[in-house]
Structures are given as structure tokens and as C-alpha cells.
Design a protein around this ligand. Sequence first.
Ligand SMILES: Cc1cc2nc3c(=O)[nH]c(=O)nc-3n(C[C@H](O)[C@H](O)[C@H](O)COP(=O)(O)OP(=O)(O)OC[C@H]3O[C@@H](n4cnc5c(N)ncnc54)[C@H](O)[C@@H]3O)c2cc1C
Length: 529
Amino acid sequence: MRSSPERENDFIEPPSCPGGGPMKQRVIDELEKIVGKERMSTKIADLYVYGFDASIHHKNPDVIVKPANAREVSEIVKLANATRTPVVPRGAGTAMCGHTVPLKGGIIMDMTLMNKIKEVRVEDLYCVVEPGVIYDKLNAVLGKKGFWFPTTPGSGEACTIGGMVVTNASGMRAIKYGATRDYVLGLEVVMPTGEIIHTGTRTLKNSSGYQIDRLMVGSEGTLGIVTEITLKLAFKPKASAMTLAAFNSLQDAGRCVSNIIARPLMPSAIELMDSVCIKAVNKCMNVGLPDVAAICMIEVDGHPTAVEEELKIVEEIARQSGAVHTEASSDKKKIDYWTYARKAIMPALSRYGEKFVSVALADDMSVPISKIPEAVVAFQKIAEQNGVIVGTYGHSADGNLHTKMLVEPGSDDSWRRGEKAVGEIYDKVLELGGTVTGEHGVSITKAPYMKKERADSLETMRRIKKALDPKNIMNPGKIFDWDGNIIAHLRYPAFCESGGCMPSVKTCEGQDEQSAGGKQRRDIDPLVP
Ligand SMILES: Cc1cc2nc3c(=O)[nH]c(=O)nc-3n(C[C@H](O)[C@H](O)[C@H](O)COP(=O)(O)OP(=O)(O)OC[C@H]3O[C@@H](n4cnc5c(N)ncnc54)[C@H](O)[C@@H]3O)c2cc1C
């Protein structure tokens, strides 16, 4: 009955449209029949919270549901498909680019109750998990057996395996261990029609038809909902050690990275921090890192004898590359301390100056490794020319650099300068043969630049989306579907009230939101002060 054509006509308008009250209520009533009152919410406080992820964007959904199994997910999606209601799957909401912000309202499907580790088969080198399992929790279980899922995102304490799969998450150890896609053997997916399909296998090899699981990796919630994941396991290294190398020039630090990679030696991570990041963590976390232009933290892991030998080589290369100070250690406490300092960059930058917030605008581009020195120097220059503060750091061993920009949230001029700097950073990245996102994905913030990068494959992406989700219910308005700028749907009300929110998505009546009123944020988010 839920997917009957008569019903479909009843629900032809998205339920989040103004004036769509009765229709919305009918969808909500149907949802209650599927998950029950206790696993859904339309409370304004809940809607407000679920309107955020870790990005600069915000918009409220109409309803939040928490399914407990694939059957419920399928029922919800069938209802959404029949009623043309937008559905945005959500893991922990740590995405950086607006991925889980429900641009067109509708249903947020919170996957965190589906959090079982169903099977760990070390003899077959795989495990089967539900999408809501948290990365660190999975590794705590695998670690006891001497195995791990080594992609190491910085958000590992919070992010879910489902969120990682559909963003192809990775982290500081990608140079040696790869990204999430390298570990996905198979998936169970609820398609936009509600059909449940199984892709891939539980074997390490598989050439059996289209690799649909690969298509789902990086789909950012736009092609279906992942309800089960089979992951390949890796052996946990027996030992690891780290060298901290300090440089008086950012260029020397960049050169150190490519010099290490150019040797037949595989570090498990090289983390680079520029002076803005060093100052921020020293000031806010009091960690006492050397106050220099740049630091590299170089990790090696493997057999203890090899680790010892490689550590010496790494230290030598760092000195030859211009390091003014090096310190090597295999003491776990020391390594944890350095890693803590590195992980503290994001929160420290947020507390760098009274009037600033640290925002993820150009946050995770990748360049060919040999281009690191040129890239980091260019980013600093772009920041200076635009009068913005940019902290650069990253998993430089695989060419992945993060920049965080310090912006005055209420200042139109500050946002504009930031936006201009972002455009110039991305232009440089593309000129160097890189990509605008190596880790976090596209969603809203990267969409304008991803379109530049992938100009000749956009149409193919659109065709795939249309074939699988003809009613465009899955996370609509994102990636190639985004026709706005990056400074849109901001979570910072002062700027929006100055009229600064750029036109982006259409309202239900087809007006763009800017012309529907520059003060749109107040209408959308009643809790915005
Ligand atoms: C402090 C911090 C550090 C970070 N460090 C890293 C890092 O080192 N590397 C990195 O790659 N990322 C990093 N991120 C970004 C983010 O943590 C990752 O993208 C992560 O994979 C998102 O997981 P999540 O569970 O929070 O997903 P969410 O943010 O909830 O969702 C992400 C996307 O996945 C979709 N989605 C979620 N679950 C499902 C599902 N079951 N089926 C279909 N679609 C689904 C959503 O619709 C959305 O498009 C960081 C973020 C923060 C805040």
C-alpha cells in the first residue's frame, strides 16, 4: 500500500514544502508504523542538532528516524520513494562538507543503532559489520586478534564504518595501508527504490561482474543506503617508531617528504605541520613543539628490527633535507604525545584568536607527492595575498594536505576573502595535477571545484544517479546536483542576516532561496538566535 501509484500521486509534493503540512504528517504517520514512536523525532531541538555535520553548513530536516535493520531501512526508503521525500543517511555526522545537511529537508536516517560486529573471521581475513559500528570500536575488537582495519581517519573515535565507506575515508597511514575502498569486499545496500541488493563477495578476489560496491564507495549517500559491510582485515604491525624533524623552511619540510618517498622505504605516515599549526597547538594545548617554520612527524612500522633500521635512515634523510632538529623515539608514550599534538591542530586552530573560527573550506586536497613543497609554499602565498590566516598540515606522505582557514564568522569581507583564497588554492592544486579532495569528499563545499576537476565525467555521474534514483530522493542537491557557491546555508547567522547566504537550492515553489528572502535562515532555523 505504501508504494501504490494512487499513494504516489497523493504525495507528489515534497513534504517539507511550505503548506505541505497534511502530507508531511501522513509521511510521519507511516514512518511511525515502521520504526515506532521511540525511534523517531520531530522535536525542534532534535531537528536543529541533526541539521549540522562538521561543515560550515546547516539546515533542519523534517523528521529523524533510527532504523534497527535492513528491512526497516527498505520500508522507509520505499515510503520515501513513493512520496518523493528526500532521505539523508547519517552515521556520526562528522563529515566536513555538508554531506548530512538535509538541503531539501525530509528524512534524516540515523544509522547508529545498526552497530553490530556480526562476524570476525581472521582465518578468511574478513569481518562483517553493520554500518553504525564506530571505527575505533571495531579496531579494539580486531586488535585482540592481532588484526586491524588500518585506514586511521582522524575522527576514528566517532565516525562510523558506513560513513567511511561512502566517503572513501582514509588518514595518516594511507601511504602504506590505502583507503577504505581497498578494504571493502562486499556490501548490502538498500537501493533508492527500497530493493535490497548484495554486491561483492567474502573472498579476497572477485571478478564477478560490475564492481557495484566500488560505485557505492564515494557515493556520499546519493545512491543508496549501506546496511552491511564486509571488510578485508590487515595484520597489525608488531612495532612502530617515530622521528620528529623540525625545519626552518616549509619548503625543506616538503622536500623531506619527497626525499623519503623516493627511497625504497615505506613509512606508515608522515605528518606535516606549518608554523600556524605549531603556534596554535603550542598556545592552546601547551605541548612544547619546536617553534619553527614546519615539522614532520615520520612514522615507520613493521618488524622491530626493520623499524629500528628504518628509523635511522629516516632521521638521516630529514637532516640531509635541512632539518635543524630531529628526535627519534620508539617509546609509545612519546609517540602518543606527538600524535596528540598533531590531532590537536583542528581544535587548537579554533581557539587561535578571539574573533576567528577555524573552517574547513579547502580542507583535504591531494597533490602528487613530489609537488608537496610547491603546494605548501603556494598556499602560504595565497593566504598572505588574500589577507587570511591559513594553517597547513596533512598526511603528506600520500600527497594529502589539509588547510584550515581562520574566518571572522560575522564578517562578509572575511568570508569573501576566504572564498577567493579557496578558489586560488584549488586552482593551484589542479595545476599541480592534484584533486580537490583526497579524503573528505565533495558534497556542498567542494562541489564548485570538483565540477572543474571532473568536467568531462560529470554527465556520466548524472546518468548513473538518474538511472538508480530517478526521483532524486537520496541526499538531493549534492555533488554535481549543487549549483550554488560554497558560502551557502551557513551555520553562522550574522553573515546570513547581512544577506550573505548565496542562492543555492530551489525552494519548493521554484524560487531560489536568496530571492525568497535574504533572511531565509530565520525561517528555516527557528532556534537561530
Ligand atoms: C575531527 C575530524 C577529523 C577527521 N579526519 C578525517 C580523516 O583523517 N580522514 C577522513 O577521510 N575523514 C576525516 N574526517 C571526516 C569524516 O570523519 C569522515 O568523512 C567519516 O568517514 C564520516 O563518517 P560518519 O560516520 O561521521 O559519516 P556522516 O558524516 O554521518 O556521513 C558521511 C556521508 O556518508 C553518508 N552515509 C553515512 N552512513 C551511510 C550509510 N550507512 N549508507 C549510505 N550513506 C551513508 C551520509 O549521507 C554522508 O553523505 C574528519 C572529521 C572530523 C570532524
